[in-house]
Design a protein around this ligand. Structure first.
Ligand SMILES: CC/C=C\C/C=C\CCCC/C=C/C(=O)SCCNC(=O)CCNC(=O)[C@H](O)C(C)(C)COP(=O)(O)OP(=O)(O)OC[C@H]1O[C@@H](n2cnc3c(N)ncnc32)[C@H](O)[C@@H]1OP(=O)(O)O
Length: 304
């Protein structure tokens, strides 16, 4: 099933930029089922998420549910990307709220187990799926709002930064940021670019080098998130925020979004294969594997 999903994801890449500029590629029936609430719910055999589309508002809520920490494995990334693709193709959908169904965690970022002790081939496949998820979200025609209801390190922060707007639960126990350097690894250029586009160059420089994780209050101060609300109001605030974006004619908003993001997207598209081989050669180095091993051990020790 997951392999079939990945194949489908690869086939649809070339259509992305068309939809980005507001052109419809969306012939119904491209997928086996139309994108309705029930079809979405049934779509994922692993039940790693629910996607509820309210046809009266055009807002879908995508709730990530991959215990224990919504870490982004190859299969999970593929499911997220395909779910977004299905929403993109549904003319009744104008926006998506991304949130977590797990308590206290939005997403723990990339699944470290996908980067530790894996073959170069598997690492390459994994990295392509990370790129694909980023490309789909960053270039989405939809209004995307992240409702960040828990900690969101590294890849979790990246996912939220691909969205148009971020609302975080005002809980000082949660943190968010690109903390890669703390693991002894390096955020690739398109993670860095997304961060720069979100918080500006100087703040990104400090945040990335030090691998900083910010409290919600500090994340608000630097512009990593746009709003803080009590956790119970998160999804309702996200759907309310969506109304401001829906008030703008779709084509004008989409073309503007494209103008803002296209250079960053094109940069990855033109270097995609090199980026994969850089990742594979970096992550499979003995020294990096040792760092990851240590980091995993510390994560486990913390619990014991
Ligand atoms: C030159 C350069 C060229 C190319 C680029 C090359 C390189 C690489 C770029 C890679 C970019 C990487 C991006 C990433 O996203 S890396 C992942 C970063 N994530 C983290 O650091 C988060 C780690 N986790 C935590 O801090 C906590 O777990 C968290 C999320 C705050 C939750 O805390 P808590 O509720 O207390 O839960 P536990 O810590 O007990 O965790 C439960 C369970 O989950 C396991 N786990 C946690 N996070 C991950 C993860 N990201 N991947 C896999 N597994 C994870 C944890 O070990 C526990 O497992 P157990 O078996 O003990 O139950």
């Amino acid at each position: 099933m997951a392999t079939a999903l990945r194949r489908l994801a690869k086939c649809s890449v070339s259509a992305r930029l068309l939809s980005f500029a507001g052109h419809s590629r969306g012939r119904r029936g491209h997928f086996a089922r139309p994108c309705t609430v029930v079809a979405q719910r049934n779509f994922s055999s692993a039940s790693t998420m629910t996607v509820d589309l309210d046809s009266s508002t055009g807002i879908a809520v995508m709730k990530l549910h991959s215990p224990p920490v919504n870490s982004l494995s190859l299969d999970f990334l593929t499911e997220i990307a395909i779910s977004l693709e299905k929403l993109e193709m549904n003319k009744g959908c104008r926006g998506v709220v991304v949130t977590s169904a797990l308590p206290k965690i939005f997403s723990a970022g990339l699944d470290i187990l996908e980067m530790y002790g894996k073959s170069p081939e598997r690492c390459g496949e994994f990295w392509r799926a990370v790129q694909e998820m980023w490309l789909k979200f960053y270039s989405s025609r939809l209004v995307t709002v992240a409702a960040i209801n828990g900690s969101s390190p590294a890849g979790g922060c990246l996912l939220s930064m691909t969205c148009d707007y971020r609302i975080m639960a005002d809980n000082p126990r949660y943190s968010i940021g690109l903390n890669e350097t703390q693991l002894g690894i390096v955020a690739p250029f398109w993670f860095k670019d997304t961060m720069v586009n979100t918080v500006g160059h100087r703040t990104a420089e400090i945040a990335l080098q030090l691998g900083l994780l910010y409290s919600p209050q500090d994340a608000l101060k630097i512009g990593m998130v746009d709003e803080l609300v009590p956790e119970e109001k998160l999804v309702s605030t996200a759907t309310e925020a969506m109304a401001r974006w829906f008030a703008i004619p779709d084509h004008a908003r989409q073309i503007t979004k494209s103008a803002m993001r296209k250079p960053t997207i094109d940069k990855l598209l033109s270097a995609r294969e090199t980026d994969i081989s850089n990742f594979v050669s970096f992550i499979t180095k003995d020294s990096i594997q040792k760092s990851l091993k240590l980091y995993l051990e510390n994560l486990r020790k913390k619990k014991a």
